[in-house]
Design a protein around this ligand. Structure first.
Ligand code: HPA
Ligand code: ZN
Length: 366
């Protein structure tokens, strides 16, 4: 197990029972990399699940709008339930929260709220996951999901944000269902740029989805997959070698396998790391134990992302500030992470050059 991350010995201090914010608050004040500088950095967010941006207040507002009954009496009770033991305990709540999404307006409003918050955090490029199976299983049409999300993205693009959608398959369901989902989405092929793989990782290895990823690839879609979050390094190997993904989502457990680290470093495979998520889902004990700095030092192309910000205590700006502070990252390390995001983005070269220029300008401005 790497760097006190997952399986690390419990210190016995009771830190595992503290609210995550208390654990962050104990970290030393950042030395060479101040939070004003981080706030001004143009950021690329490559790992955010749009359903994970539904704030409890929005879940209640949409439930009222749509006449959906919720299992929690009020917002405070729902928020109080955000104490997760592991990925599955989170997913159970995340899928329950998503049950309020019924109309295209719901999907548009959810995505518009995320995009506004991301813009306020300095996000200039966002690649946004969505889980159509969570909705089609409840009778919501694929067209409703995609059209609603697309309306929000089009509005954000008109405001100067670069953003796109990535369709994720739920790995706790079968590959046949993933194939049916891909085919149901293909009439909207231009609305998304890639496919990913999420949900319950352990027991659902990437190679199970080889055929659907091959089919997506034939349609010119980008390929990514969650691997090495709770699952072992073997899942990262098979995501690379069997699925042929271009990026690994999470990948923190790769640090346990030196040969895998060498492979990821050699090929500069981007890893979309989500520090708050890893702490809240008990992949790591604390932010100070997070392997991100070790991964960076090992030559891995790490990026910082929020995953499910409404559930994990903060959006991407907070992930940047608190992680850099907890790990005492230097300004140069923060810049390297920001550059990794730009190089990892699925954008054309003109857009990439523009993103590099914006980052260089922010660095020059200090
Ligand atoms: N892991 C796997 N599936 C998910 C996650 C995650 O962190 N968030 C939303 N779906
Ligand atoms: Zn994720």
């Amino acid at each position: 197990m790497g760097q006190g991350c997952r399986g690390g010995v419990d210190s016995g201090t009771g830190a595992r029972d503290d609210p995550v914010s208390d654990r962050f608050a104990r970290r030393p004040v950042m030395s060479s990399c101040d939070s004003d500088f981080l706030d001004r950095l143009p950021k690329v967010e490559l790992h955010v699940h749009i359903e994970g941006t539904l704030e409890p207040e929005t879940i209640f507002a949409l439930a009222a709008r749509n006449g959906v009954a919720l299992p929690w009496p009020d917002v405070a009770t729902l928020r109080a339930a955000y104490e997760f033991r592991d990925l599955q305990s989170f997913l159970d709540l995340y899928y329950a929260g998503a049950s309020v999404l019924l109309t295209a307006d719901d999907f548009r409003d959810m995505a518009a709220a995320y995009l506004a918050r991301a813009a306020a955090d300095g996000v200039v490029r966002a690649e946004i996951f969505f889980d159509p199976q969570t909705h089609t299983a409840r009778g919501v049409a694929m067209a409703t999901v995609i059209e609603g999300l697309t309306r929000a993205l089009d509005a954000a693009r008109a405001g100067g944000m670069s953003c796109d959608l990535i369709l994720c398959f739920l790995r706790h369901l079968s590959e046949e269902e993933a194939i049916a989902t891909l085919r149901a989405a293909l009439p909207f092929r231009d609305a998304f740029i890639g496919v990913g793989l999420d949900s319950s990782e352990v027991g659902h290895p990437p190679e199970t989805f080889a055929r659907v990823f091959a089919e997506a690839r034939r349609h010119g879609l980008h390929l990514v997959a969650h691997a090495g979050e709770e699952g072992p390094p073997a899942y990262v190997w098979s995501a690379l070698d069997v699925l042929a993904v271009e990026r690994i989502d999470h990948g923190v457990r790769a640090i346990e396998d030196p040969a895998l680290v060498a492979r990821l470093a050699r090929d500069r495979v981007p890893l979309t790391v989500c520090p708050f998520s890893n702490v809240r889902l008990r992949v790591c004990d604390t932010l100070a134990d997070h392997p991100l700095k070790t991964m960076l030092e090992a030559g891995l192309a790490v990026t910082i992302n929020s995953d499910d910000p409404a559930y994990f205590g903060g959006y991407v700006g907070a992930n940047w500030r608190e992680t850099c502070r907890a790990l005492d990252l230097t300004r140069e390390e923060a810049i390297a992470i920001a550059r990794n995001g730009i190089e990892a983005a699925f954008v054309d070269e003109a857009t990439r050059a523009e993103l590099r220029a914006r980052l260089d300008a922010a660095i020059a401005a200090g």
